[in-house]
Design a protein around this ligand. Structure first.
Ligand code: PMP
Length: 389
């Protein structure tokens, strides 16, 4: 075997299990994809126009490392109005290249080699690898269907060791759609306080909570000093390709994050920042319209899945459902593979989101009702033909 130039810490890194199904599906005809986690809407026109306009006006240079001050001010206003948390735009907000970069930089800022970081599974596929790349050790806690995929403070507490530094929480959740209430977050806060942990609160789906506004972990009493909020424009404003996110937190942490960002990224794309500014200033109506549409689709899909025997709780947010496929007798990988081959519907097997995701599949309902209707017919036919019980 020829010599490998790879660094030790990347040798074991696995490709994302979502990508595999995405790649397989892209080579087939007539596939309905419920696999990808992104809105089917095009970015609102006023946002696109604002970005064009910024280019026409010659705003083509770098911005401040932390992002346009105007944008940070707007983010600060938005967080205050929406979640009642106040952050100083000068030194507590960093504009990033998507929430993805915010996650990466936050971890690299707080994790010492060997520190343990608790992740609540099933969860977004990036957390584990990002923790490892930062030198940390991911420690999983399993949220279960019995509790509608909501983690309990007791579960978190039982995973804490002297090496625990932080916990990653995501509400509304990818892949389960679970939303933690203010009371549930407050109960978790007690554990955070007791063990003096840092919370990385991934709030990228906060706008997409259907039963009342989502609560920011930073707004829980005493938690602002413990919390780094990670968020962005990809989901709520249908801006995945713009690659724009942000992080907020205590000054010391945010200043350190800004240093890493300065040396590795310089600044988030300028034209995207101008678009984001418009999104925050005048994007409310578009968000509301998209949210109403997602909610209708959620209701449609949850009903259809339960009727065909794939039991599925009603998720409170994001745009995913996470039905059980246990009744079919297949593993989630087998189910997803066969469904794609036989019925041309792409879904993601639950195990890619962590061990407790086994027995479930993730379906994104961010696609048209017409497509969803056809997908549900195909899945129903597949379940009837394949059920082993
Ligand atoms: N967090 C979660 C929970 C996500 O689902 C995603 C995208 N799938 C991200 C972060 C990353 O989003 P962005 O496009 O802002 O990098």
């Amino acid at each position: 075997m020829s010599k490998s130039y790879l660094a030790e810490h990347v040798k074991g890194l696995q490709p994302s299990g979502i990508r595999k199904f995405f790649d397989l599906a892209s080579k087939m005809d007539n596939v309905i994809s419920l696999g990808v986690g992104e809105p089917d809407f095009v970015t609102p026109w006023n946002v696109i126009e604002a970005s064009y306009h910024s280019l026409e006006q010659g705003y083509t240079a770098y911005t401040a490392n932390a992002g346009l001050l105007e944008l940070r001010e707007e983010i600060s206003k938005y967080l205050e109005e929406t979640f009642s948390v106040s952050y100083n735009p000068e030194d507590q907000i960093l504009v990033t290249v998507g929430a993805s970069q915010a996650i990466d930089v936050a971890l690299r800022t707080i994790v010492n080699r060997g520190d343990e970081v608790i992740v609540v599974e099933p969860c977004f596929v990036s957390y584990g690898p990002a923790i490892e790349l930062a030198g940390g050790v991911p420690v999983s806690v399993s949220a279960t269907a019995e509790n509608e995929f909501k983690v309990t403070p007791q579960q978190i507490e039982s995973a804490i060791t002297p090496k625990t530094k932080a916990i990653v929480i995501c509400s509304p959740n990818n892949p389960t759609g679970a939303v933690l209430s203010k009371e549930e977050l407050t109960a978790i806060a007690t554990v955070v306080e007791k063990h003096d942990l840092v919370v990385l609160s991934d709030e990228i789906y906060a706008e997409l909570a259907y039963d009342g506004p989502a609560t920011s972990f930073a707004s829980i009493e005493g938690m602002k000093e413990h919390t780094i909020v990670l968020s962005g424009f990809s989901k709520s404003f249908a801006m995945t390709g713009w690659r724009l996110g942000f992080a907020t937190g205590p000054t010391e942490i945010m200043q350190a994050m800004t240093k890493i960002h300065q040396y590795t990224i310089m600044c988030a794309p300028t034209m995207a920042q101008h678009g984001a500014l418009e999104a925050l200033r005048n994007g409310n109506d578009s968000v509301r319209e998209m949210k109403t549409s997602y909610q209708q689709r959620r209701n449609f899909v949850v009903k259809a899945l339960n009727e065909m025997g794939l039991s599925c709780h009603l998720p409170g947010g994001a745009f995913y459902v996470f039905p059980s496929i246990k009744a079919t007798g297949y593993s989630s990988e087998e189910f997803a593979q066969k469904l794609l081959e036989e019925e041309r519907v792409a879904v993601v097997p639950g195990h890619v989101f962590g061990e407790s995701g086994e027995g479930y599949i993730r379906c994104s309902y961010a696609t048209s009702i017409k497509q969803l209707d056809e997908a549900m017919k195909r899945i129903s036919r597949f379940v009837k033909q394949n059920s082993k019980v």
